[in-house]
Write a protein that binds this ligand. Structure first.
Ligand code: GLY
Ligand code: MN
Ligand code: MN
Length: 432
């Protein structure tokens, strides 16, 4: 661990200590128990699905795979970590990393799944539904108090320099995977082999990815959450879309790249270049005080201009936006908050915790906040040829170039996604 990261982590823990003290005092709590969560085995078997620790637990310890463990936070006391570490010869025993946070905590290794006792007016948060029915009465605590969780979510929206350094490192590692995926595509690999090349180069096993990598060749590039990996390569290679991440100390990278293949019409490669330009322009618009909804609308306006410039739409940009043409080509939001979760918390709330839902005409937008220093967001404009969304337009009189759309449809679509920190002076693109 570098000295810089070492010091940044110490500052991060000190920041959490202060912030939690204030939040707990404001809400009248003397102590807080945070449950890590745990995975359940598949019915009648001893395998579990992949697991991710509860975000507010990870906020302190940065470990994404700790289960059956507790963190007790009390003002002016050292955090108490009750770490489940069974005496078990089937598995490697739990051990803690050599990181500064460990020295700031009292760590209790527990050979059993325990529920620690807490004092005073206490709260308990985490995936408590998974606990046995007897555990919560033992705690005598307010379970998942909404205002407290909202305040802790709000705290997580603003990243410390340590957290930004971790997301930057996650990006650096993910980028090595993206380069390998691109090379595998050039070498005519199929989806599974591109995925394996990505995992190898980004140094991670599949169960550790922060979200299921999307590796879509040809029309699969237009399936927004495409969930398979074909075993064999297609004969025609029109396009590749890779939306793939990496964790570092719990923090996520969420990066997308799209490529034109040797069999794509020239117009598709030109659209890929245009979408890189749109991503760069949107990134450079990031600054404190900018409304993310306005930025999302800016994406639609510029997407309309791209449709016109590339001869896909023969009307005006205003018409393309107003008539829902751009929404049919890009049905998802511009981006979201990024941190310990890929879609991080508090994106759809006002600072005081009240709901700030997506606008009616942009229901998929997952971040409606005004940007401010310390937020980390994704910027991910897209342009897809999705039959189901284009069908209603085909039945209209809107001036779309159906011949070109049909030529480009086998290419699926394009998304370009970077991860960006909002700084005092503007932005810091964490995706190198
Ligand atoms: N990879 C999920 C997303 O981009 O939101
Ligand atoms: Mn993504
Ligand atoms: Mn994303």
């Amino acid at each position: 661990m570098s000295i810089t990261l070492f010091n940044l982590q110490r500052d991060h823990i000190a920041h959490l200590q202060r912030a939690y003290e204030t939040i707990l005092a404001n809400q009248g709590f003397d102590s807080l128990a945070i449950y890590s969560g745990h995975a359940s085995v598949h019915f009648a078997d001893d395998h579990t699905p992949t697991f991710q620790s509860y975000g507010h637990f990870m906020h302190w310890v940065g470990l994404a795979d700790v289960q059956h463990s507790w963190l007790i936070i009390q003002p002016e006391k050292r955090p108490q970590l009750y770490l489940y570490a069974p005496a078990d010869f089937w598995h490697l025993p739990t051990h803690l990393p050599e990181e500064p946070w460990v020295a700031e905590f009292d760590v209790h290794f527990c050979s059993d799944k325990i529920t620690p006792s807490i004092n005073g007016n206490a709260a308990i948060i985490g995936d408590t539904e998974r606990l046995s029915a007897s555990a919560i009465p033992t705690l005598k605590a307010a379970c998942q108090p909404e205002q407290l969780v909202n305040a802790l979510d709000e705290l997580r929206l603003f990243k410390t320099p340590y957290e930004i350094a971790c997301i930057r490192e996650a990006n650096r590692l993910a980028l090595a995977g993206h380069e390998a995926a691109h090379a595998a595509f050039i070498g005519a690999s199929g989806e599974l082999d591109i995925q394996l090349a990505y995992l190898a180069a980004s140094r991670q096993r599949e169960s550790n990815v922060p979200y299921q990598n999307i590796i879509g060749l040809n029309e699969h590039a237009g399936v927004l959450h495409y969930q398979h990996y074909d075993l064999t390569a297609p004969k025609q290679r029109y396009s590749l879309l890779v939306d793939a991440g990496r964790r570092f100390r719990g923090y996520c990278a969420d990066i997308t790249r799209a490529y034109a293949g040797p069999d794509a019409p020239a117009a598709f490669g030109e659209l890929v270049t245009a979408m890189h330009g749109l991503k760069d322009e949107l990134v450079s618009s990031i600054a404190p005080g900018v409304s993310f909804i306005a930025l999302h609308e800016q994406m639609h306006h510029h997407l309309a201009e791209i449709l016109i410039a590339h001869d896909l739409f023969k009307g005006s940009a205003e018409q393309a936006v107003a008539e829902g043409v751009t929404r049919a080509f890009c049905p998802h939001g511009l981006g979201h908050s990024l941190g310990l979760q890929v879609h991080d918390v508090a994106g759809l709330r006002h600072p005081n915790g009240t709901p700030a839902p997506a606008p009616e005409n942009h229901p998929a937008l997952r971040l409606t906040r005004t940007l401010s220093t310390g937020m980390v967001v994704t910027i991910e404009p897209g342009l897809y040829f999705i039959t189901m969304l284009l069908a209603p337009l085909r039945n209209s009189t809107l001036p779309l170039n159906w011949k070109l759309i049909d030529q480009l449809s086998p290419c699926g679509g394009i998304r370009i996604e970077d991860n960006v920190a909002v700084t005092e002076s503007g932005f810091d693109n964490l995706t190198p």
